[in-house]
Write a protein that binds this ligand. Structure first.
Ligand code: AMP
Length: 299
């Protein structure tokens, strides 16, 4: 097991200017695992209710995702409902039903505790911390979050950020978390808390990586058709950490390539609703898009 991810496994109801779908497979851990599964072996830690459709479990297993850490308990699965306007960078939440996540007590299977990479996807920061504490001490850990938790649990989130190697956030979330408009100032504040790097995801404007002594900017892939941006951030994280875990070596050169693989995976994710596009993706398509990225950023 190379990567362990904890996060939400959800039933999403999503409306965009290009369509409307109800109760489809979603969740931060789902989108992350699917993207990372193209690069390496992932074990998923989450909880769903007894109402969670069996077909989704089979689908994740078919992609090679290890589900020993997925608890199925009495109660209803986490549900998120949201919509996007033509500015697809901003998700508007209509409803969040935590359901079984409210009493989730994660317990990592023995082999998960040895995984060298850990992704703490968007979920309650107290759950993220519990998983971090069960993982191996020297695991390379990366966290993500969203405004829902920045507003409800800022202290837990700060505690988490102090303890991870890398931190991922949307640009608007970073501004809210740090109380500043400047992304440079946000990056400094987050780096001062402890992480070695911070990556800001800027939707259709790409991603920015800040480290102590350097930074790197990647554009988003120019797409003709976008259907649903839900999960783009988690797919970015899956491509990013999947590539790094497979490379095994966290050097700056690999980190920069990982940002590009993250952008590649995010670009596929938004071409379909929910997990539709990534479900049909091939390794050749990923490589082809990586090469196009190389051309459009070369000067
Ligand atoms: P993103 O990659 O940021 O677009 O994340 C999208 C996923 O986050 C959706 O599939 C939702 O199910 C999930 N999500 C939404 N709100 C929350 C929340 N408060 N906690 C955990 N996951 C959430």
């Amino acid at each position: 097991m190379k990567i362990v991810v904890v996060g939400s496994v959800a039933l999403d109801s999503i409306k965009t200017p290009f369509g409307d779908q109800k109760e489809i497979l979603g969740g931060s851990a789902t989108h992350f695992s699917l993207a990372a599964s193209f690069f390496t072996k992932v074990g998923l830690v989450a909880v769903v209710g007894k109402d969670f459709p069996e077909k989704h479990i089979s689908f994740l297993k078919d992609r090679g995702v290890d589900l020993a850490g997925l608890q199925v308990v009495d109660g209803e699965t986490f549900r998120w409902e949201g919509y996007y306007e033509y500015d697809l960078n901003t998700a508007h939440t209509l409803d969040t039903k935590l359901n079984v996540f409210e009493s989730f007590d994660p317990s990592l299977p023995a082999d998960y505790r040895q995984a060298p990479f850990l992704f703490l996807a968007n979920v309650d920061p107290d759950i993220q911390i519990k998983v971090l504490e069960q993982a191996r001490q020297d695991a390379f850990s990366v966290c993500d979050t969203m405004n829902f938790w920045i507003e409800r649990k800022p202290d837990s989130l700060k505690e988490l950020v102090k303890r991870v190697n890398f931190c991922l956030m949307n640009d608007s979330e970073a501004r809210e978390f740090c109380g500043t408009f400047s992304l440079l100032d946000s990056a400094r504040q987050i780096l001062d808390m402890g992480p070695e790097a911070v990556i800001f995801k800027k939707g259709e404007h790409g991603a920015l990586l800040f480290m102590d002594q350097s930074h790197f900017a990647a554009p988003a892939f120019p797409l003709e058709e976008i259907k649903d941006p839900t999960g783009a951030g988690d797919s970015f994280a899956g491509g990013f950490l999947g590539y790094l875990a497979n490379a095994g070596d966290v050097t700056e050169e690999h980190i920069r390539r990982a940002v590009i693989y993250g952008s590649v995976m995010a670009s596929f994710n938004v071409e379909g609703f929910g997990t539709d596009r990534v479900a049909r993706l091939t390794a050749d398509e990923i490589e082809e898009r990586f090469q196009v990225f190389r051309q459009i950023t070369n000067f």
